[in-house]
Design a protein around this ligand. Structure first.
Ligand SMILES: Cc1ncc(COP(=O)(O)O)c(C=O)c1O
Length: 375
């Protein structure tokens, strides 16, 4: 049987990883500054994480959500404390798209409305509602495009005020746009969004799937703007590679039995993986590390005169390369053995583990300087 051929693949086969490093089947060592799409939050194969998942595997790996699972409550407790949302409710699921799909559904249940406002260049996942709120017509099938979604330019206050009214169920926005090329919403725009949603009875959904979990130096990127959304979605860094997602839900939104559901969401292994991630973020002060290493890296990149528009917060960093330098990302990987991400048309994205060191970032800066001069 062939695999359904949807992914363009690098000719690299990773077989082992530790911290910010990956080894392939030929013994070649790579510096990972991308974390497999921002997933590796505490570093590959962190010993505390490996121990927690291994021990749980020997006890019980799975039962359905029809029995008591105290690990879910422990996770909710720890997540509430570390994120600054102890008064919110937690719904656990398995991926980013599923988290957004459920958040959109909750907003629609709560308001009785169905129109959604999303933003140009947004990416929210590939399930029905999430992909309809994603600004990429190529991946929206005719089956998905029946949803009522309006796309507005990011940071356009006038367009927002003109469009948001009593027919809107939800506004969905990324804490920082990832796939769109690290586009940062202005703090004042997020604050206006919060006020406008409250005024018109629409729910504000913050998609923190890529920008959350300590990556920007705060637990969630929107916390830099001092807002408190109605719904916050998470995945990626939450499980450091174990598939897990979640929705934080304001306590004024009531749940009813059967309102949402998933077979695998909140399973034992996902809970211990997520708990281990939070424990390491706390004990190794990884949010502080993300803030300070990220600030250093952004400042260092800004000194490279041939890079255009260096942007981001903490360890969510993007910059554009001139048209003539389209091969830089590939060369970084194939010649310098450094994984980075891309964004169309010619941007590079850095999403390293929150534990990345100054020395590792310096290695990258030297390789980048080499490439830029070499082109
Ligand atoms: C901001 C954002 N939302 C949602 C998703 C979808 O997450 P998943 O691929 O886990 O469904 C992604 C994935 O890249 C993302 O970056």
């Amino acid at each position: 049987m062939n695999l359904f051929d949807v992914y363009p693949l690098f000719p690299i086969t990773p077989v082992q990883a530790k911290g910010s490093w990956i080894w392939d089947d030929k013994g070649v060592k790579y510096l990972d500054l991308y974390g497999g799409h921002a997933v590796i939050s505490i570093g590959h194969t962190h010993p505390h994480y490996v121990q927690a998942v291994t021990e749980q595997l020997h006890k019980i790996a799975f039962y359905s959500n029809s029995v008591q699972n105290p690990l879910q409550e422990q996770l909710a407790e720890k997540l509430g404390a570390l994120s600054g949302y102890p008064d919110y409710q937690l719904f656990l699921c398995n991926s980013g798209a599923e988290a957004n799909e459920n958040a959109l559904k909750i907003a629609s249940f709560q308001t009785g409305r169905k129109k959604v406002i999303a933003f140009k260049k947004a990416f929210h996942g590939r399930t029905s509602g999430a992909v309809a709120a994603t600004d990429n017509p190529k991946i929206v099938s005719p089956f998905n495009n029946g949803h009522e979604v309006v796309f507005l330019p990011l940071n356009d206050e006038t367009a927002l005020v003109d469009t948001l009214d009593e027919t809107v169920a939800a506004v969905i926005i990324e804490g920082i746009q990832g796939v769109g090329g690290i586009q940062v919403p202005e703090d004042s725009f997020l604050q206006l969004l919060e006020r406008q949603c409250q005024q018109h009875g629409a729910l504000l959904i913050l998609d923190e799937i890529q920008s959350g979990y300590g990556r920007t130096g705060r637990f969630f990127a929107h916390q830099h703007a001092g807002i408190r959304p109605d719904l916050i979605t998470m995945a990626k860094g939450m499980g450091n590679g174990f598939p897990v997602g979640g929705v934080l839900i304001n306590s004024r939104i009531p749940a009813w039995s059967g309102m949402l559901g998933t077979t695998f969401g909140g399973n034992y292994l996902a809970c211990v993986a997520s708990l281990a991630v939070l424990e390491v973020i706390e004990s190794e002060r990884l949010m502080e590390n993300a803030g300070s290493q990220g600030a250093w890296c952004i400042a260092a990149l800004k000194q490279q005169k041939s890079l255009l528009d260096v942007r981001g917060r903490g360890l969510m960093i993007g910059f554009d390369l001139p048209e003539t330098q389209k091969t830089v990302r590939n060369n970084l990987l194939m010649q310098h053995h450094i994984f980075t991400g891309e964004a169309k048309p010619n941007a590079i994205r850095l999403l390293p583990s929150l534990a990345v060191s100054r020395e590792e970032l310096e290695l990258f800066m030297a390789a980048l300087a080499d490439e830029i001069i070499g082109v």
